[in-house]
Design a binder for this molecule. Sequence first.
Ligand code: ARG
Length: 465
Amino acid sequence: MAQLWQGRASKAVDSRVNDFNSSIRFDARMIEQDIRGSMVHSAMLGRQGVIAQSDVQAIHAGLRGILDDLHSGALSIDPAAEDVHTFVEQTLTARIGDAGKRLHTGRSRNDQVALDLRLYLRGEVEHLQTQLRELIGVLCTQAEKSAGYVMPGYTHLQRAQPVTFGHQLMAYAWMLLRDLGRLRDAQARMDAECPLGSGALAGTTYPLDRFYTAQELGFAAPCANSIDGVSDRDFCIEIAAALATCMMHLSRLSEEVILWCSWEFKFIELDDAFTTGSSIMPQKKNPDVTELIRGKTGRVYGDLNTLLVMMKGIPLAYDKDMQEDKEAIFDAVDTLELCLRTVTPMLATMTPLPANMRRAAAQGFINATDCADYLTKKGMPFRDAYKCTGTMVAACIAAGKTLEELTLDEFKQYSDLFAEDVYAAIDLSACCEGRTSYGGPTKASVLHQIELVRDQLSKGATVAH
Ligand code: ARG
């Protein structure tokens, strides 16, 4: 397939330059968006009297034919084409003749690619939002079942204070809900301004109706600056940043799942269908899905970095560097898609093991804060109560005991303030259920959070509270 830009050069371009220059192997995926843009652009040219209605009809019939043939397999994309825009225009012209040559009137591939990419990403980002909503829904369902399962909460990966498994899961639901909001915000900004009609960079002398094309293509308005329209890729960067943040959350969740299903923790059991085996160790059941998510997070960070570095030094308006935007943002979108597609059913089918969570909670003195709080509520200044409890913990560790295994006499050796009710105060469930401050780990709080999150999901809003 020849270039669209023949005429000026005195000889053919070196085949190595052609190969280097070509983007068809990765921009072919935007062909439907490219055709849609051409439909609307040509309809507008017809309405404005720039081209004849008969040409518009021929172009539309030709473009529809291309789309049908692509779907049926009768037409395949020529890998030798320079890019998807070239392929569509040349295929159209080969099929309908001169009318095809009129399609590009008042347009450049610079505004065309800026449009196609936005349209393509609109669909992808909408799909990712649907997937994220499913995942958040699964976390709510699992949290509802495990709202009362006491487990140790950790800081520094040291057992710290009692929480519930439901509370821990809902922490991720809130993070992912914000990711959903970030995607929606990015999409709203991307859909606000339509670049079509910016031309190469300086608009055109044809009487285009950019408000018509913007509206037909689902944008709020045409962009008001033609240079901006073809120059910026901040919409890609913003989406990539949202995807990178979401991957970071998934990676953290994955890391916890990996810990939780290890023999050292055994807080959960993954469904066999979502684990893999070892070629040599018959006993192994590996959480490969979560390890891959953790691993793939780096490549999405890399995609974001590629976009940021690509853009930081190029002068306005279009530069060929910008062709590199697509592989990066497509990879980021594809990677999150793949991760969400797999992690959601994996989490839906995991089984929490509350007895093991509770066993872990019983060790590690996670009720030490509650013991100090007990003394504080009886009148001892908190700092003294903290010190007193610390001494008790040290003695218990030396004796191989837990706090609740101390007799009342033993308690009283540390402070006269201790009475029979200390056992209730440091009981694990009571410690957890007693944390009634708003946003805490109690069963009621977890159920309240689930209600809030579900409400946000059903309203389509994502800003919490
Ligand atoms: N394949 C190009 C890209 O992805 C399309 C725009 C080409 N424009 C140009 N002036 N060479 O950026």
